[in-house]
Design a protein around this ligand. Structure first.
Ligand code: HEM
Length: 215
């Protein structure tokens, strides 16, 4: 095994990751102000900021879907149970005993089985819950203002509840996610990799030679 600096996160991926994080944090701040949790911008401004930021997030999601499909990076999120239990055991006990990571990170498989499962859930369950309920929330208001009732008996209560629930889950994800990023080779190595794109990972000798032959 040889340690080598590998470009694990591509330029767009890093842009998408940090932009998405910033937009979600801002949506959480403005959203919870709308919810009445605290006062910062004032209700009217919070609503306006929340709406504009949600459009930016929708645009970013569209680009991210296109990027994942065209680059084939969506394959990184195919769930697997292989070494899943080992990975959970590592997070619960192993890492506190200084054990080795059960799954080695490679360029073609940068997510461990637990990350695959959780990030897939984030992408296909959590984000859609917040986005769809948010759009229904917005759509409902637009219908009312224009007095054009497309869907009659459109009850806002369950939509607002679902949107708020999604927001709480996103917040919980964010906290756990930030904590988990500190469990890499060093506490900051994963965050540094998402900034620079590069991470020092172990490569098999043959994998190295193969790369050498190609380049
Ligand atoms: C595309 C994404 C999103 C859309 C379209 C959207 C849309 C909306 C709309 C229209 C409202 C109601 C504003 C009003 O009362 O006029 C709202 C409220 C809210 N949003 Fe979002 N939102 C999105 C993403 C998010 C995210 C990512 C979070 C948090 C992480 C969030 C948290 C909240 C919260 C907590 C409320 C207050 C809910 C309540 O008390 O009823 N939203 N959102």
């Amino acid at each position: 095994m040889v340690k080598k600096q590998v470009n694990i996160y591509k330029r767009f991926e890093r842009f998408w990751h940090w932009t998405q994080a910033s937009l979600i944090i801002f949506l959480a701040i403005t959203g919870f102000e709308i919810h009445g949790s605290f006062e910062l911008f004032g209700f009217e401004k919070a609503v306006s900021f929340h709406q504009k930021t949600s459009f930016a997030l929708l645009g970013l999601i569209a680009f991210a879907i296109f990027w994942h499909i065209t680059t084939g990076e969506w394959r990184q999120y195919i769930p697997t149970t292989h070494k899943l239990i080992d990975q959970i055991r590592y997070y619960l006990f192993g890492m506190f005993r200084g054990e080795k990571h059960p799954v080695e990170k490679t360029e073609l498989s940068k997510l461990n089985p637990l990350q695959r499962l959780i990030y897939l859930g984030f992408k296909i369950v959590l984000i859609p819950i917040v986005v769809v309920s948010g759009l229904l929330y917005m759509f409902h208001k637009t219908i009312d203002i224009n007095n054009i009732v497309v869907i009659s008996k459109f009850d806002l209560e369950p939509i607002a509840t679902l949107h708020t629930l999604g927001a709480y889950l996103l917040l919980a994800f964010l906290i756990i996610h930030v904590y988990m990023t500190t469990t890499g080779q060093t506490p900051l190595s994963n965050i540094k990799a998402m900034i620079t794109g590069y991470e020092e990972i172990e490569q098999e000798e043959e994998q190295q030679q193969e790369k050498g032959n190609i380049s």
